[in-house]
Design a protein around this ligand. Structure first.
Ligand SMILES: [Zn+2]
Length: 392
């Protein structure tokens, strides 16, 4: 039977000896494994994922081609720019994300190839493995480790972070900054991480050989299709406006999906993170949303089933809807807090309220989570990286 734990990392400090927590994790794994045995399906993607990937890659090419060679009015150009940004987000959610977790195929080389779709979009599949697979997935919502909740002085997303005057307005301005996330990754963060040899709290080996070729080749390819070719056909200002709209759409889509799944009140509690068993922490630091919206699930790569994704990142997202009732029932049985928000709008409202709450000074100190969760030690960094290498 395929190893369902591929892509997951154990927290060194978690008290896995806790009998209930260990049993919870074991029962979950056994039930999910049985689901695949009974249904005769592979936990990986299969034909359905290939078909979906074809649709998304085609929509990317078509929207780019129409934007470059056909759009003749500002309105059509704007609509196609948004379509291009959404199709890029769709590729990230559905193709790259699964592959980076080793969930698309049982062939490691295929996963690496599909994960490199991020490089075509201006990102770096090499750095993503550390930022997402290691720092985010090993300890979601842990201050000092999870890079996704660290926006520096621009925002306060967690109780353990310093509150500044401007944060009292973050529920208003942060939505615009979210739009800039993709631009920041593409043009600044990836290069900074490369130069510093560091991704968030994690020291990383700089890419070399084929990894460096993919990194540099991706950056050049992105520059050519998104800026150089358009500038050869259209005025630079026109290219700047519509390329900007595309990248803003991409950044906003990526940010909202990830933030709604973790930065909402239900994903935090007053219970200390230290000592919380791995599987329980994954469930309680994540929320599902809009589970009945099949179109949304299709578009965002099943990331509205965030709890299932965090428990089983090595399982292709196409299975999450079927696994959710089984996971939820197991959580109820073991008294583990499992949250599902009814709609995406409910998730956005919850995120808004979390931003507002975190921007207030009275939540600056004394929160148990602010005492800090388990930090990756240099030893556990190494082990996490080894697991990351095996997973991708
Ligand atoms: Zn993930």
């Amino acid at each position: 039977m395929t190893d369902l734990s591929v892509g997951t990392f154990l927290i060194e400090d978690a008290h896995a000896s806790d009998a209930v927590a260990s049993r919870f994790q074991a029962v979950l794994r056994r039930r999910v494994r049985r689901y695949f045995e009974m249904s005769g399906q592979s936990p990986r993607g299969g034909r359905a994922l290939w078909g979906k990937s074809g649709v998304l890659l085609t929509s990317w090419c078509v929207s780019w081609g129409l934007l470059l060679f056909w759009a003749s009015t500002p309105v059509t150009a704007a609509l196609l720019s948004v379509a291009l940004g959404l199709s890029m987000a769709g590729i990230g959610f559905n193709i790259q994300h699964d592959a980076a977790h080793g969930a698309s195929s049982s062939d490691r080389r295929v996963n690496r190839l599909l994960a490199a779709s991020l490089d075509l979009l201006g990102g770096s599949s090499y750095l993503w493995r550390f930022k997402h697979n290691v720092l985010h997935h090993s300890q979601p919502n842990t201050v000092g480790v999870d890079d996704d909740i660290d926006l520096g002085p621009l925002a306060r997303l967690a109780p353990g972070q310093r509150v500044r005057f401007a944060h009292r307005f973050q529920h208003v301005y942060l939505w615009f900054l979210y739009s800039l996330v993709a631009f920041k990754w593409q043009w600044f963060d990836d290069y900074a991480m490369l130069l510093l040899g560091r991704v968030g709290a994690l020291r990383v080996r700089r890419p070399r050989g084929a990894e460096l070729i993919i990194f540099a080749g991706g950056k050049v390819f992105f520059l050519v299709w998104s800026v150089v070719l358009p500038v050869l056909i259209h005025p630079p200002l026109t290219v700047a406006v519509f390329h900007g709209l595309t990248v803003l759409t991409l950044g906003l889509s990526l940010s909202l999906v990830f933030q709604v799944a973790h930065c909402v009140p239900a994903a935090w509690s007053d219970a200390p993170v230290v000592g919380r068993a791995w599987a329980i922490h994954q469930v309680e630091a994540s929320v599902d949303f809009s589970r009945g919206n099949h179109l949304l699930s299709w578009c965002i790569g099943g990331l509205n089933f965030q709890v299932e994704h965090h428990l089983f990142p090595g399982v292709c997202h196409l299975h999450y809807a079927a696994l959710a009732p089984l996971v939820e029932a197991t959580c109820v049985e073991f008294g583990v807090r499992y949250t599902t928000l009814p709609t995406l709008m409910a998730g956005l409202r919850a995120h808004y309220s979390w931003l507002k709450r975190m921007g207030r000074r009275e939540h600056d100190a004394g929160h148990p989570i602010s005492q800090g969760g388990p930090i990756l030690s240099s030893g556990s960094q190494g082990r996490a990286l080894q697991r990351c290498d095996r997973a991708s």
